[in-house]
Design a protein around this ligand. Structure first.
Ligand code: TRP
Length: 446
Protein backbone atom coordinates (compact mmCIF):
# COMPACT_ATOMS: atom_id res chain seq x y z
CA UNK A 1 0.00 0.00 0.00
CA UNK A 2 1.17 3.53 -0.68
CA UNK A 3 2.68 5.52 2.18
CA UNK A 4 0.61 8.35 3.73
CA UNK A 5 0.82 11.62 1.81
CA UNK A 6 3.46 14.18 2.62
CA UNK A 7 2.74 17.80 3.46
CA UNK A 8 4.86 20.94 3.57
CA UNK A 9 5.48 21.76 7.20
CA UNK A 10 5.42 25.55 6.90
CA UNK A 11 4.53 28.43 4.63
CA UNK A 12 8.23 29.08 4.16
CA UNK A 13 8.78 25.47 3.08
CA UNK A 14 6.02 25.66 0.50
CA UNK A 15 7.19 29.04 -0.79
CA UNK A 16 10.74 27.80 -1.25
CA UNK A 17 9.57 24.62 -2.98
CA UNK A 18 7.09 26.32 -5.31
CA UNK A 19 9.31 29.27 -6.11
CA UNK A 20 12.14 26.76 -6.52
CA UNK A 21 10.05 25.03 -9.16
CA UNK A 22 9.20 28.31 -10.83
CA UNK A 23 12.69 29.79 -10.73
CA UNK A 24 14.89 27.90 -13.13
CA UNK A 25 16.76 28.14 -16.38
CA UNK A 26 13.66 29.91 -17.67
CA UNK A 27 14.31 32.85 -15.35
CA UNK A 28 18.06 33.16 -15.42
CA UNK A 29 18.59 32.25 -19.02
CA UNK A 30 15.33 32.60 -20.92
CA UNK A 31 13.95 35.76 -19.41
CA UNK A 32 16.96 38.09 -19.77
CA UNK A 33 17.66 37.05 -23.34
CA UNK A 34 14.00 37.23 -24.33
CA UNK A 35 13.99 40.73 -22.90
CA UNK A 36 17.09 41.78 -24.76
CA UNK A 37 15.80 40.50 -28.10
CA UNK A 38 12.29 41.96 -27.66
CA UNK A 39 12.81 45.65 -27.03
CA UNK A 40 14.16 45.69 -23.46
CA UNK A 41 11.79 46.96 -20.83
CA UNK A 42 8.85 46.82 -23.25
CA UNK A 43 9.10 43.04 -22.94
CA UNK A 44 9.54 43.31 -19.19
CA UNK A 45 6.30 45.26 -18.88
CA UNK A 46 4.37 42.86 -21.12
CA UNK A 47 5.76 39.95 -19.12
CA UNK A 48 4.75 41.46 -15.78
CA UNK A 49 1.24 42.23 -16.99
CA UNK A 50 0.77 38.76 -18.52
CA UNK A 51 2.14 37.03 -15.44
CA UNK A 52 -0.34 38.68 -13.12
CA UNK A 53 -3.26 38.84 -15.53
CA UNK A 54 -3.00 35.34 -17.05
CA UNK A 55 -0.40 33.11 -15.47
CA UNK A 56 -1.30 33.87 -11.86
CA UNK A 57 -4.99 32.92 -12.36
CA UNK A 58 -3.87 29.68 -14.03
CA UNK A 59 -1.45 29.02 -11.17
CA UNK A 60 -4.29 29.51 -8.68
CA UNK A 61 -6.45 27.05 -10.61
CA UNK A 62 -3.78 24.36 -10.15
CA UNK A 63 -3.11 25.13 -6.50
CA UNK A 64 -6.82 25.07 -5.66
CA UNK A 65 -7.56 21.78 -7.43
CA UNK A 66 -4.48 20.21 -5.91
CA UNK A 67 -5.20 21.21 -2.36
CA UNK A 68 -8.85 20.32 -2.67
CA UNK A 69 -8.24 16.80 -3.93
CA UNK A 70 -5.00 16.22 -2.01
CA UNK A 71 -3.74 14.01 -4.78
CA UNK A 72 -1.72 13.88 -7.98
CA UNK A 73 -2.90 15.48 -11.21
CA UNK A 74 -4.84 12.52 -12.63
CA UNK A 75 -6.69 11.68 -9.44
CA UNK A 76 -7.30 15.35 -8.61
CA UNK A 77 -8.84 16.26 -11.95
CA UNK A 78 -10.94 13.11 -11.79
CA UNK A 79 -12.15 14.02 -8.32
CA UNK A 80 -13.63 17.31 -9.46
CA UNK A 81 -15.23 15.89 -12.62
CA UNK A 82 -18.95 15.23 -12.14
CA UNK A 83 -19.75 12.76 -14.93
CA UNK A 84 -18.20 9.96 -16.94
CA UNK A 85 -17.19 12.01 -20.02
CA UNK A 86 -15.56 14.67 -17.90
CA UNK A 87 -13.78 11.98 -15.88
CA UNK A 88 -12.35 10.51 -19.05
CA UNK A 89 -11.19 13.96 -20.09
CA UNK A 90 -9.66 14.41 -16.63
CA UNK A 91 -7.63 11.23 -16.94
CA UNK A 92 -6.51 12.22 -20.42
CA UNK A 93 -5.36 15.70 -19.37
CA UNK A 94 -3.65 14.36 -16.27
CA UNK A 95 -1.77 11.70 -18.23
CA UNK A 96 -0.81 14.14 -20.99
CA UNK A 97 0.57 16.43 -18.29
CA UNK A 98 2.64 13.59 -16.87
CA UNK A 99 3.97 12.73 -20.30
CA UNK A 100 4.70 16.37 -21.16
CA UNK A 101 6.52 17.12 -17.94
CA UNK A 102 8.61 13.95 -18.33
CA UNK A 103 9.74 15.10 -21.76
CA UNK A 104 10.38 18.62 -20.45
CA UNK A 105 12.60 17.06 -17.79
CA UNK A 106 14.41 15.00 -20.44
CA UNK A 107 15.68 18.12 -22.24
CA UNK A 108 15.97 20.24 -19.10
CA UNK A 109 18.35 17.66 -17.61
CA UNK A 110 20.65 17.91 -20.62
CA UNK A 111 21.01 21.67 -20.26
CA UNK A 112 21.34 21.34 -16.48
CA UNK A 113 24.11 18.80 -17.04
CA UNK A 114 26.03 21.43 -19.02
CA UNK A 115 25.74 23.71 -16.01
CA UNK A 116 27.40 21.12 -13.77
CA UNK A 117 30.16 20.53 -16.33
CA UNK A 118 30.80 24.28 -16.56
CA UNK A 119 30.90 24.45 -12.77
CA UNK A 120 33.74 21.92 -12.68
CA UNK A 121 35.67 23.68 -15.44
CA UNK A 122 37.05 26.56 -13.29
CA UNK A 123 37.81 24.09 -10.51
CA UNK A 124 39.78 21.86 -12.87
CA UNK A 125 41.71 24.91 -14.09
CA UNK A 126 42.41 25.97 -10.53
CA UNK A 127 43.88 22.54 -9.90
CA UNK A 128 46.00 22.82 -13.03
CA UNK A 129 44.10 20.06 -14.84
CA UNK A 130 43.95 21.79 -18.20
CA UNK A 131 43.10 18.63 -20.14
CA UNK A 132 40.10 17.91 -17.97
CA UNK A 133 39.00 21.56 -18.16
CA UNK A 134 39.13 21.38 -21.96
CA UNK A 135 37.04 18.23 -22.00
CA UNK A 136 34.46 19.72 -19.63
CA UNK A 137 33.64 22.65 -21.88
CA UNK A 138 33.63 20.71 -25.13
CA UNK A 139 30.22 19.77 -26.46
CA UNK A 140 30.63 16.00 -26.81
CA UNK A 141 28.02 13.28 -26.50
CA UNK A 142 30.23 11.60 -23.89
CA UNK A 143 30.39 14.63 -21.61
CA UNK A 144 26.70 15.36 -22.07
CA UNK A 145 25.72 11.78 -21.21
CA UNK A 146 27.82 11.71 -18.06
CA UNK A 147 26.43 14.98 -16.72
CA UNK A 148 22.84 14.19 -17.60
CA UNK A 149 23.24 11.08 -15.48
CA UNK A 150 24.83 13.03 -12.62
CA UNK A 151 22.06 15.60 -12.69
CA UNK A 152 19.29 12.99 -12.84
CA UNK A 153 20.86 11.10 -9.91
CA UNK A 154 20.71 14.27 -7.81
CA UNK A 155 17.07 14.78 -8.82
CA UNK A 156 16.16 11.16 -8.04
CA UNK A 157 17.99 11.34 -4.71
CA UNK A 158 15.93 14.32 -3.53
CA UNK A 159 12.59 12.99 -4.79
CA UNK A 160 13.19 9.58 -3.16
CA UNK A 161 13.37 11.30 0.22
CA UNK A 162 9.79 12.56 -0.05
CA UNK A 163 7.98 15.86 0.34
CA UNK A 164 9.26 17.01 3.72
CA UNK A 165 12.72 15.43 3.83
CA UNK A 166 13.42 15.83 0.14
CA UNK A 167 11.60 18.62 -1.68
CA UNK A 168 11.02 20.94 1.26
CA UNK A 169 14.35 20.39 2.96
CA UNK A 170 16.45 20.91 -0.16
CA UNK A 171 14.41 23.78 -1.56
CA UNK A 172 14.66 25.59 1.78
CA UNK A 173 18.43 25.25 1.69
CA UNK A 174 19.00 25.92 -1.98
CA UNK A 175 16.67 28.84 -2.70
CA UNK A 176 18.12 31.25 -0.12
CA UNK A 177 21.61 30.34 -1.38
CA UNK A 178 20.47 31.06 -4.92
CA UNK A 179 19.22 34.52 -4.00
CA UNK A 180 22.40 35.31 -2.10
CA UNK A 181 24.71 34.21 -4.94
CA UNK A 182 22.60 36.11 -7.46
CA UNK A 183 22.83 39.34 -5.44
CA UNK A 184 26.58 39.01 -4.92
CA UNK A 185 27.15 38.42 -8.62
CA UNK A 186 25.03 41.43 -9.57
CA UNK A 187 26.96 43.67 -7.19
CA UNK A 188 30.25 42.46 -8.60
CA UNK A 189 29.29 42.78 -12.27
CA UNK A 190 28.00 46.31 -11.67
CA UNK A 191 31.52 47.41 -10.77
CA UNK A 192 32.90 46.38 -14.17
CA UNK A 193 33.26 48.60 -17.25
CA UNK A 194 30.43 48.18 -19.74
CA UNK A 195 27.85 47.09 -17.15
CA UNK A 196 25.84 50.29 -17.43
CA UNK A 197 25.39 49.82 -21.19
CA UNK A 198 23.85 46.46 -20.42
CA UNK A 199 21.57 48.05 -17.87
CA UNK A 200 20.41 50.52 -20.50
CA UNK A 201 19.74 47.77 -23.04
CA UNK A 202 17.72 45.98 -20.38
CA UNK A 203 15.75 48.81 -18.85
CA UNK A 204 15.14 51.40 -21.54
CA UNK A 205 11.91 50.37 -23.22
CA UNK A 206 11.39 50.42 -26.94
CA UNK A 207 7.63 51.00 -26.75
CA UNK A 208 7.16 50.69 -30.48
CA UNK A 209 7.55 46.93 -29.86
CA UNK A 210 4.89 46.47 -27.23
CA UNK A 211 2.12 45.59 -29.68
CA UNK A 212 4.40 43.31 -31.68
CA UNK A 213 2.63 39.91 -31.71
CA UNK A 214 5.97 38.11 -31.43
CA UNK A 215 6.73 40.01 -28.24
CA UNK A 216 3.37 39.03 -26.74
CA UNK A 217 3.74 35.40 -27.76
CA UNK A 218 7.21 35.24 -26.25
CA UNK A 219 6.12 37.01 -23.08
CA UNK A 220 3.20 34.67 -22.54
CA UNK A 221 5.25 31.54 -23.27
CA UNK A 222 7.84 32.82 -20.83
CA UNK A 223 5.21 33.49 -18.15
CA UNK A 224 3.65 30.01 -18.43
CA UNK A 225 6.92 28.14 -18.62
CA UNK A 226 8.34 30.10 -15.75
CA UNK A 227 5.43 29.40 -13.43
CA UNK A 228 5.65 25.68 -14.34
CA UNK A 229 2.02 25.63 -15.49
CA UNK A 230 -0.18 23.15 -17.30
CA UNK A 231 1.51 19.87 -16.54
CA UNK A 232 0.43 19.26 -12.96
CA UNK A 233 3.60 20.46 -11.21
CA UNK A 234 1.90 23.24 -9.30
CA UNK A 235 -1.17 21.08 -8.84
CA UNK A 236 0.92 18.44 -7.07
CA UNK A 237 2.76 21.00 -4.96
CA UNK A 238 -0.61 22.53 -4.13
CA UNK A 239 -1.78 19.15 -2.89
CA UNK A 240 0.91 19.28 -0.19
CA UNK A 241 -0.19 22.67 1.19
CA UNK A 242 -1.82 22.72 4.59
CA UNK A 243 -5.55 23.43 4.75
CA UNK A 244 -4.81 26.36 7.06
CA UNK A 245 -2.92 28.22 4.39
CA UNK A 246 -4.40 31.22 2.57
CA UNK A 247 -4.13 30.14 -1.08
CA UNK A 248 -4.58 33.47 -2.92
CA UNK A 249 -1.85 34.94 -0.74
CA UNK A 250 0.68 32.14 -1.08
CA UNK A 251 -0.02 31.93 -4.82
CA UNK A 252 0.72 35.61 -5.29
CA UNK A 253 3.90 35.29 -3.22
CA UNK A 254 5.08 32.51 -5.54
CA UNK A 255 4.35 34.64 -8.61
CA UNK A 256 6.12 37.61 -7.04
CA UNK A 257 9.20 35.57 -6.17
CA UNK A 258 9.26 34.16 -9.68
CA UNK A 259 9.12 37.50 -11.48
CA UNK A 260 11.33 39.11 -8.84
CA UNK A 261 14.12 36.63 -9.47
CA UNK A 262 13.67 36.89 -13.24
CA UNK A 263 14.03 40.66 -13.03
CA UNK A 264 17.11 40.27 -10.83
CA UNK A 265 18.60 37.77 -13.25
CA UNK A 266 18.21 40.38 -15.98
CA UNK A 267 20.27 42.74 -13.84
CA UNK A 268 23.03 40.16 -13.92
CA UNK A 269 22.95 38.72 -17.43
CA UNK A 270 22.58 41.84 -19.58
CA UNK A 271 25.23 43.89 -17.78
CA UNK A 272 27.49 40.81 -17.89
CA UNK A 273 27.02 40.55 -21.66
CA UNK A 274 27.99 44.16 -22.18
CA UNK A 275 30.96 43.74 -19.88
CA UNK A 276 31.96 40.87 -22.15
CA UNK A 277 31.54 43.19 -25.13
CA UNK A 278 33.82 45.73 -23.48
CA UNK A 279 36.33 42.88 -23.11
CA UNK A 280 36.26 42.11 -26.80
CA UNK A 281 33.86 39.13 -26.68
CA UNK A 282 31.36 38.95 -29.54
CA UNK A 283 27.82 39.27 -28.12
CA UNK A 284 25.79 39.88 -31.26
CA UNK A 285 24.84 37.19 -33.74
CA UNK A 286 24.87 37.42 -37.52
CA UNK A 287 21.49 39.16 -37.66
CA UNK A 288 22.57 41.84 -35.19
CA UNK A 289 20.53 40.55 -32.21
CA UNK A 290 22.08 39.55 -28.91
CA UNK A 291 23.32 35.98 -28.81
CA UNK A 292 20.56 34.29 -26.87
CA UNK A 293 20.47 30.51 -27.26
CA UNK A 294 22.94 28.06 -25.76
CA UNK A 295 25.74 30.31 -27.06
CA UNK A 296 25.05 32.87 -24.37
CA UNK A 297 25.61 30.65 -21.38
CA UNK A 298 28.15 28.24 -22.78
CA UNK A 299 30.27 30.65 -24.81
CA UNK A 300 29.70 34.37 -24.14
CA UNK A 301 29.74 34.22 -20.35
CA UNK A 302 32.58 31.66 -20.05
CA UNK A 303 34.65 33.83 -22.42
CA UNK A 304 34.00 36.74 -20.09
CA UNK A 305 34.97 34.75 -17.00
CA UNK A 306 38.18 33.63 -18.74
CA UNK A 307 39.10 37.25 -19.34
CA UNK A 308 38.76 38.13 -15.69
CA UNK A 309 41.86 36.28 -14.53
CA UNK A 310 41.90 34.81 -11.03
CA UNK A 311 38.56 36.31 -9.88
CA UNK A 312 37.06 34.84 -13.02
CA UNK A 313 37.52 31.36 -11.59
CA UNK A 314 35.50 32.24 -8.52
CA UNK A 315 32.86 34.13 -10.48
CA UNK A 316 32.49 31.28 -12.98
CA UNK A 317 32.11 28.71 -10.22
CA UNK A 318 29.55 30.90 -8.41
CA UNK A 319 27.58 31.51 -11.59
CA UNK A 320 27.34 27.85 -12.52
CA UNK A 321 26.45 26.82 -8.97
CA UNK A 322 23.63 29.33 -9.26
CA UNK A 323 22.47 27.77 -12.53
CA UNK A 324 22.71 24.24 -11.11
CA UNK A 325 20.68 25.16 -8.03
CA UNK A 326 18.04 26.85 -10.15
CA UNK A 327 17.80 23.74 -12.34
CA UNK A 328 17.67 21.27 -9.50
CA UNK A 329 14.83 22.90 -7.58
CA UNK A 330 12.90 22.89 -10.87
CA UNK A 331 13.77 19.35 -11.96
CA UNK A 332 12.61 17.85 -8.66
CA UNK A 333 9.22 19.50 -9.18
CA UNK A 334 9.03 17.86 -12.60
CA UNK A 335 9.95 14.36 -11.43
CA UNK A 336 7.47 14.64 -8.56
CA UNK A 337 4.56 14.70 -11.04
CA UNK A 338 4.93 11.14 -12.42
CA UNK A 339 6.25 9.82 -9.11
CA UNK A 340 3.24 11.07 -7.11
CA UNK A 341 0.97 9.48 -9.71
CA UNK A 342 2.70 6.08 -9.57
CA UNK A 343 2.76 6.08 -5.79
CA UNK A 344 -0.86 7.10 -5.35
CA UNK A 345 -2.58 5.49 -8.30
CA UNK A 346 -0.51 2.36 -8.66
CA UNK A 347 0.71 1.69 -5.13
CA UNK A 348 4.40 1.94 -6.06
CA UNK A 349 6.96 2.68 -3.34
CA UNK A 350 8.35 6.21 -3.55
CA UNK A 351 11.99 5.15 -3.86
CA UNK A 352 11.27 2.55 -6.51
CA UNK A 353 9.07 4.94 -8.46
CA UNK A 354 11.64 7.75 -8.32
CA UNK A 355 14.42 5.45 -9.46
CA UNK A 356 12.42 3.70 -12.19
CA UNK A 357 10.81 6.80 -13.68
CA UNK A 358 14.00 8.81 -13.27
CA UNK A 359 15.88 6.10 -15.18
CA UNK A 360 13.39 6.06 -18.02
CA UNK A 361 13.63 9.85 -18.34
CA UNK A 362 17.43 9.60 -18.28
CA UNK A 363 17.27 7.10 -21.14
CA UNK A 364 15.15 9.54 -23.14
CA UNK A 365 17.69 12.28 -22.39
CA UNK A 366 20.48 10.02 -23.65
CA UNK A 367 18.53 9.32 -26.81
CA UNK A 368 18.30 13.08 -27.36
CA UNK A 369 21.99 13.57 -26.55
CA UNK A 370 22.97 11.08 -29.25
CA UNK A 371 20.54 12.53 -31.79
CA UNK A 372 20.81 16.11 -30.73
CA UNK A 373 20.10 17.96 -33.94
CA UNK A 374 16.95 16.26 -35.01
CA UNK A 375 15.52 15.74 -31.52
CA UNK A 376 16.41 18.55 -29.12
CA UNK A 377 14.50 21.45 -30.67
CA UNK A 378 11.66 19.14 -31.60
CA UNK A 379 11.13 18.04 -28.00
CA UNK A 380 11.53 21.58 -26.64
CA UNK A 381 9.08 23.08 -29.09
CA UNK A 382 6.53 20.34 -28.89
CA UNK A 383 6.37 20.28 -25.12
CA UNK A 384 6.64 23.99 -24.33
CA UNK A 385 4.94 25.58 -27.31
CA UNK A 386 2.26 23.01 -28.14
CA UNK A 387 1.46 20.80 -25.22
CA UNK A 388 1.96 23.06 -22.21
CA UNK A 389 -0.33 25.96 -23.26
CA UNK A 390 -3.09 23.60 -24.39
CA UNK A 391 -2.99 21.69 -21.12
CA UNK A 392 -3.12 24.96 -19.20
CA UNK A 393 -6.16 25.90 -21.22
CA UNK A 394 -7.87 22.63 -20.32
CA UNK A 395 -7.09 23.05 -16.64
CA UNK A 396 -8.68 26.52 -16.67
CA UNK A 397 -11.72 25.10 -18.46
CA UNK A 398 -11.93 22.30 -15.95
CA UNK A 399 -11.95 24.62 -12.99
CA UNK A 400 -14.19 27.28 -14.39
CA UNK A 401 -16.67 25.32 -16.48
CA UNK A 402 -16.77 21.84 -15.00
CA UNK A 403 -16.07 22.15 -11.31
CA UNK A 404 -18.91 23.38 -9.08
CA UNK A 405 -18.38 27.01 -8.16
CA UNK A 406 -19.43 26.42 -4.57
CA UNK A 407 -16.82 23.72 -4.05
CA UNK A 408 -14.14 26.07 -5.28
CA UNK A 409 -15.24 28.74 -2.86
CA UNK A 410 -15.36 26.24 0.00
CA UNK A 411 -11.80 25.21 -0.79
CA UNK A 412 -10.50 28.76 -0.88
CA UNK A 413 -12.33 29.58 2.34
CA UNK A 414 -10.22 27.04 4.20
CA UNK A 415 -7.37 29.17 5.40
CA UNK A 416 -9.11 32.31 4.12
CA UNK A 417 -12.60 32.48 5.69
CA UNK A 418 -13.39 35.95 4.34
CA UNK A 419 -12.65 34.86 0.77
CA UNK A 420 -16.18 35.37 -0.53
CA UNK A 421 -16.08 39.11 0.12
CA UNK A 422 -12.49 39.55 -1.04
CA UNK A 423 -11.09 40.95 -4.25
CA UNK A 424 -9.77 37.58 -5.40
CA UNK A 425 -13.22 36.00 -5.54
CA UNK A 426 -14.61 39.00 -7.40
CA UNK A 427 -12.09 38.82 -10.19
CA UNK A 428 -10.49 35.41 -10.46
CA UNK A 429 -13.53 33.24 -11.45
CA UNK A 430 -14.22 35.51 -14.40
CA UNK A 431 -10.58 35.41 -15.41
CA UNK A 432 -10.20 31.63 -15.49
CA UNK A 433 -13.56 31.26 -17.16
CA UNK A 434 -13.17 33.71 -20.03
CA UNK A 435 -9.99 35.72 -20.19
CA UNK A 436 -7.41 32.97 -19.69
CA UNK A 437 -8.85 30.48 -22.21
CA UNK A 438 -9.36 33.13 -24.88
CA UNK A 439 -5.91 34.65 -24.38
CA UNK A 440 -4.20 31.25 -24.47
CA UNK A 441 -6.04 30.37 -27.68
CA UNK A 442 -5.20 33.68 -29.33
CA UNK A 443 -1.53 33.35 -28.53
CA UNK A 444 -1.54 29.67 -29.46
CA UNK A 445 -2.77 30.41 -32.94
CA UNK A 446 -0.36 33.26 -33.48
N1 TRP B 1 9.70 26.97 -14.28
C1 TRP B 1 10.97 26.36 -14.47
C2 TRP B 1 11.92 27.36 -15.15
O1 TRP B 1 11.61 28.51 -15.26
C3 TRP B 1 10.94 25.08 -15.22
C4 TRP B 1 9.86 24.15 -14.82
C5 TRP B 1 9.74 23.45 -13.65
C6 TRP B 1 8.76 23.76 -15.61
N2 TRP B 1 8.62 22.66 -13.69
C7 TRP B 1 8.01 22.83 -14.87
C8 TRP B 1 8.38 24.13 -16.87
C9 TRP B 1 6.84 22.31 -15.40
C10 TRP B 1 7.22 23.61 -17.38
C11 TRP B 1 6.45 22.72 -16.67
O2 TRP B 1 12.97 27.01 -15.60
Amino acid sequence: MAAPRGEFTSRFGFLMAASGSAVGLGNIWGFPTNTASNGGAAFLIAYLVLTFALAYPALMAELIIGRHARSNAVAALKAIAPGRPSRLLAVFIGLMGILTVSFILSFYAIVSGWMIAFFFDPIARLLGMEGLAQWLVQDTAMRNSIFVIVFMLLTIFIISAGVKDGIEKWSSRLMPSLILILLLLILYVFTLPGAMDGLRAYLIPDFSRITDPQLLVDAMGQAFFSLSLGVGTMLVYGSYISKDENLPVVGSLVALLDVGIAVLAGLLILPAMYVALANGVEIFDASGGLIAGPGLIVSVLPALFNNMGAVGILVAAAFFVLMTIASLTSSISMLEVPVAYSVENHGAGRRTAALAIGSIITLISLLIVFNFDPLFDLVVNFTTERSQPLLSLFICIFVAWIWRRNDILEEIKQGCPQAEAGLFWKIWPFYVKFICPVAILVVYFQ
